[in-house]
Ligand binder design. Structure first.
Ligand SMILES: Nc1nc2c(c(=O)[nH]1)N[C@H]1C(S)=C(S)[C@@H](COP(=O)(O)OP(=O)(O)OC[C@H]3O[C@@H](n4cnc5c(=O)[nH]c(N)nc54)[C@H](O)[C@@H]3O)O[C@H]1N2
Ligand SMILES: Nc1nc2c(c(=O)[nH]1)N[C@H]1C(S)=C(S)[C@@H](COP(=O)(O)OP(=O)(O)OC[C@H]3O[C@@H](n4cnc5c(=O)[nH]c(N)nc54)[C@H](O)[C@@H]3O)O[C@H]1N2
Ligand SMILES: [Mo]
Length: 748
């Protein structure tokens, strides 16, 4: 039998014989399907599945919960009823003895593409009914952008969903300058699902139309071999951009009219460029010393950008670093100086090599989601401040003009994410993670977050339940069919919370008396109502389920918001205080932060090549998204093993820096700094900076000895090395790409 399913990386048909998944097939709808689907073949019915509810032995047996043994303890299996009783009792106790803020239920993570059994949404709905919890805002992906861009130009939602399309780039642009490149491996993925992978064909069409691409990245592979390649030190793009801006200003290659009519505060930027304030003119020479790109290359880049119809774009990775607000603000500043913002295919945009929906022109539609209610505590932290939260109760951190005082967390509930994948400086996380009384996790597999919990509920995967995939950036909705029975004793996330809700007297409120199937129909009906308001009709739920998919009608011609703004900046004023693009923000300036000033600036990070700590740790570590999986998902599958050798993730390094360290290809190496150490297998790449190493994220955290602090990590999880500081007091985003290491052959 064939069953339709949807993942965060595409739509597939799953072939099942005798309740066993035997094959996964691409669907004809997708012009460029992702091979990531193959992970489902062996990854779902796998010995890594959690068979039945489990409780950590030390937690059960000790009044103090033996918290120091969390992650290093054995588990005992217990029946569902007992496990639910224990978890419900703990939730009740913590709320009674402390308050709801002592629960942390941010539960960041991607989980499955299903609308209904979206683990995090189910958790949030459930916990809100208990009086709420401490939650988290923004994402690891784009936190710095999400906070800075509304001050500068517009909401992140608009930036993501309504920006320049590939078609417009192909039609209107001559030159794309891509900071961080356009790594097509990442466009396999799109949050909430993706039907037609359009990025690769879109980029190919632009190239075929004669659009030239300059890849600005420490790694040439982020672009294609035919592109010009400029390779700055990681984390120094702002200096490079400032050097270009200096040339535009001093050679008068800029559009002063546009800066006057459409932008606020260029004068402050100009003074900064020319050396006002700090007395340092931001010359190409100055920039070159920081970013290690030739002065002449910087000058040429500025001149060529000014002579072409130019589109400037940056990967999301640039803002996933300390002071990550700055490269985005500076890129916009540079584009405004060029004066082409709002012209077809020109100006600026972000993330064209990040997720597969960026740059697509498909209709956007707000599909109904599971109603989550209101969080009565109203309290949240910036998502990547999780360790600060756990470790530093009572301390106050700045965030976007506010002050947040961190509560004392007694219970963590995580469903659908993996902090031992996503968070930085895992050895520091572990110190915090061992402080609360209780950690409860829903997981299908014995992933690290399950291994580091006290009460573990086995969740079904999407292939063991019905669901709907429908994402606001994809024109299709799809059925996600139950293809196999629940494995062992697994239950859906909804059923798990239903079990808890029954014990905590919120069953009726939580389920509203609906079965899971009735919920799916309810979601569909609410989307029908939205469609009716927009003047079109969705088929009935039964018809949708029979047809297994539905495509939105095409949208009447789209006009890009920035081209509207260009044509009339008064009638189409932006939502910024001045209504213009704010190259200087009075609001941000008034926050009086040292690490995010009133205009885009070069700010020294805590560590970088050619700067702090580079003598001791002379290699910059980049931790991009993995080609062969989504984050840590299906790391146990045969498909993901292509990114590994002998069970270790492959770290890419330049043959020259390998040779200088006596490392041969395929050797097991140890990467280390003051925060931690991990093993990886050496892979060579001579098309990258020799002082950079690349270890993709996603290998399951596996310490040699979990009972020891700072234990060597064996699989190649780079987050034992990365830096855990906020991007700045403005956004407090994730700074993963600010990281120096040393590397050596590993000998036991
Ligand atoms: N060093 C470094 N670190 C990074 C990044 C980086 O660039 N560098 N990138 C960051 C970014 S952008 C992101 S988005 C994060 C991603 O971090 P996460 O989203 O936390 O990573 P995932 O591996 O997708 O975690 C999803 C978890 O959900 C589980 N799961 C899947 N389906 C279900 C289900 O139906 N029910 C339940 N209960 N669980 C399910 C999976 O087994 C998995 O453990 O990582 C961040 N971390
Ligand atoms: N296959 C796959 N695709 C994915 C994901 C996945 O796990 N697997 N995850 C998805 C998610 S959640 C997200 S948020 C997006 C992330 O999308 P991005 O953040 O854009 O992707 P990354 O792979 O982290 O980084 C892209 C490239 O930026 C370069 N780079 C890093 N630092 C610098 C720098 O300082 N300067 C310059 N010039 N270049 C730099 C690196 O060489 C890297 O290859 O990807 C999505 N796509
Ligand atoms: Mo992300």
């Amino acid at each position: 039998m064939k069953y339709r399913t949807a993942t965060q990386w595409g739509i597939y048909d799953v072939v099942v014989e005798d309740d066993q998944i035997v094959d996964v097939l691409d669907v004809a709808l997708d012009p460029n399907p992702s091979p990531l689907g193959q992970a489902l073949v062996d990854g779902v019915q796998h010995k890594a599945r959690i068979a039945r509810p489990a409780v950590r032995k030390g937690w059960l047996e000790n009044p103090d919960r033996a918290r120091h043994r969390r992650g290093a303890d054995e588990f005992v299996d217990i029946p569902w009823d007992e496990a639910l009783d224990l978890a419900a009792g703990e939730l009740q106790r913590v709320i009674r003895e402390h308050d709801n803020r002592a629960l942390f239920a941010g539960s960041y993570g991607w989980a499955s593409a299903g609308r209904f059994n979206h683990a995090q949404s189910q958790l949030h709905r459930f916990i809100n009914m208990l009086g709420g919890a401490t939650r988290a805002v923004n994402t690891y992906s784009t936190a710095a952008a999400q906070v800075i861009l509304p001050h500068v130009v517009s909401s992140w939602g608009q930036m993501e969903l309504e920006q320049t399309t590939w078609g417009e780039v192909a039609a209107g642009s001559e030159l794309v300058v891509a900071f961080g490149g356009l790594p097509m491996r990442n466009t396999q993925v799109a949050y909430g699902g993706i039907t037609e992978h359009q990025s690769e064909p879109g980029l190919a069409k632009a190239r075929a139309n004669g659009v030239a691409v300059v890849t600005v990245s420490p790694v040439r592979g982020d672009g294609s071999d035919e592109d010009d390649w400029i390779s700055p030190r990681p984390g120094t793009d702002v200096a490079l951009m400032l050097g270009c801006a200096y040339i535009l200003e001093t050679e008068n290659l800029l559009d002063r009219g546009f800066l006057q009519s459409h932008c606020h505060g260029y004068e402050q930027v100009r003074q900064y460029l020319l050396g006002g304030g700090d007395g340092v003119p931001k010359t190409p020479r100055w920039a070159s010393d920081i970013c290690d790109v030739n002065e002449s290359t910087i000058i040429n880049l500025a001149r060529i950008m000014a002579s072409k119809r130019t589109f400037l774009t940056a990967a999301w990775s640039l803002q996933r670093a300390q002071h990550g607000e700055q490269p985005y603000w500076m890129l916009i500043t540079l584009a405004c100086m060029l004066g082409q913002v709002g012209e077809t295919g020109c100006g600026f945009g972000f993330g064209y090599g990040a997720e597969g929906f960026i740059g697509s022109d498909s209709r956007r539609f707000n599909w109904a989601t599971l109603p989550k209610g209101r969080n009565p505590t109203g309290f949240h932290i910036p998502v990547s401040r999780i360790t600060d939260l756990l470790l530093l109760p009572g301390e106050t951190i700045p965030y976007d003009g506010q002050e947040i005082t961190l509560p004392d967390i007694k219970l963590i509930y995580w469903a659908g994410g993996n902090p031992f994948h996503h968070h930085q400086d895992l050895n520091r996380l572990i110190q915090g993670w061992r402080r609360p009384d209780t950690v409860i996790v829903n997981e299908p597999w014995w992933t690290p977050v399950a291994q580091w919990a006290d009460i573990v509920f086995p969740a079904t995967t999407q292939l063991e339940r019905d669901d709907i995939c429908a994402s606001s950036h994809d024109p299709y909705a799809h059925v996600m069919e139950r293809a196999i029975p629940p494995q062992n004793e697994a239950r859906s996330d909804h059923a798990i919370f239903k079990g808890l809700a029954a014990r905590l007297d919120v069953l009726e409120a939580f389920t509203e008396g609906r079965t899971e199937r009735e919920w799916l129909a309810n979601l569909w009906e609410r989307s029908q109502a939205t469609a009716a308001k927009q003047g079109f009709e969705l088929p009935s739920f039964d018809e949708f389920w029979r047809e297994r998919k539905y495509k939105l009608p095409d949208e009447p011609g789209r006009i890009e918001w920035l081209s509207r703004f260009r044509s009339d900046p008064v009638a189409h004023r932006l939502a910024t205080p001045s209504g213009k693009i704010e190259l200087f923000s009075d609001v941000v300036n008034a926050f009086d932060l040292e690490d995010c000033r009133g205009h885009a600036s070069w700010l020294e990070p805590a560590e970088r090549l050619g700067g702090a700590f580079s003598k001791q740790f002379p290699l910059a570590l980049l931790t991009p998204q993995p080609k062969y999986r989504l984050h840590s998902q299906f790391d146990h599958s045969a498909y993901a093993s292509q990114g590994k050798r002998n069970g270790h993730e492959i770290v890419k390094l330049h043959p020259d820096s390998a040779r200088a360290r006596g490392i041969y290809e395929g050797q097991i190496v140890r990467l280390y700094n003051n925060r931690g150490a991990c093993l990886a297998s050496a892979g060579f790449d001579d098309q990258m900076r020799a002082d950079v190493v690349v270890l993709p994220t996603g290998a399951w955290y596996r310490p040699l000895d979990a009972s020891k602090e700072g234990s060597l990590e064996l699989n190649g999880n780079p987050n034992v090395l990365t830096l855990d500081v906020g991007t700045s007091g403005l956004a407090q985003g994730c700074s993963a790409n600010t990281c120096l290491v040393e590397i050596e052959p590993y000998t036991v």
